[in-house]
Design a binder for this molecule. Sequence first.
Ligand code: ADP
Ligand code: MG
Length: 223
Amino acid sequence: MLELDQVWRIYEVGDSEVVALQDVSLNIDDGDFVAVMGPSGSGKSTLLQIIGLLDRPSRGRIAVNGEDLGELADEERTRRRLLTIGFVFQRFHLLSGMAAIEQVALPMEAAGVPPEERYERAADLLTSLGLGPRMEFQPSQLSGGQRQRVAVARALANQPRLILADEPTGELHTEDKANIIELFRRMHREGRTIVVVTHDQEVAAMAERQFEIRDGRLREVPA
Ligand code: ADP
Ligand code: MG
């Protein structure tokens, strides 16, 4: 389904270059659960941004079902991202001062879902993640684990096929971490494709396929 073929990402910084990804090739099938482990600075976020259509390879190709995404205009890439990909981040990336239900409804507004359906779907999602009684709470009124569950609900808002997570438990305590791990398992059982980058062995252990990244080079390791 998703294919990276000899992908390089080189950042230009002043007169020098940072090679963040080197010759990365990767095939991800529908329904796969993939974890990428690597130390800080190894290229995890860069890889996820390329898979998530937030960035483009400097060299190489990214394709979905055989279609080369490098050919697509920015607007089309944005549309695809909105409709097919859900992102979860380490620091949640919620908007301060905005109620949980509004945060979850927002991507649906961008996707053109009518208001009534937006709020109904957002309420259902939050309820299914155990946040029914917290729908009107703002991020500052929620715990770390609750914030991350709002972020997961937001990622699921447009019913994406693919969930990408960048160190989703990095800011969480043990119990919250266990809850989020269980949520990823559930999303996988529901048929979603999941790619999580992490330096947490416990998080990586839930995946079916594990990769290691070092200095921008990716290799599969036995799960
Ligand atoms: P990780 O997520 O594994 O910590 P990153 O993908 O963020 O790693 O970074 C990989 C390498 O690329 C690092 O050396 C980092 O300093 C560099 N890098 C990341 N983003 C940029 C950028 N926007 N400009 C220049 N260098 C960058
Ligand atoms: Mg990172």
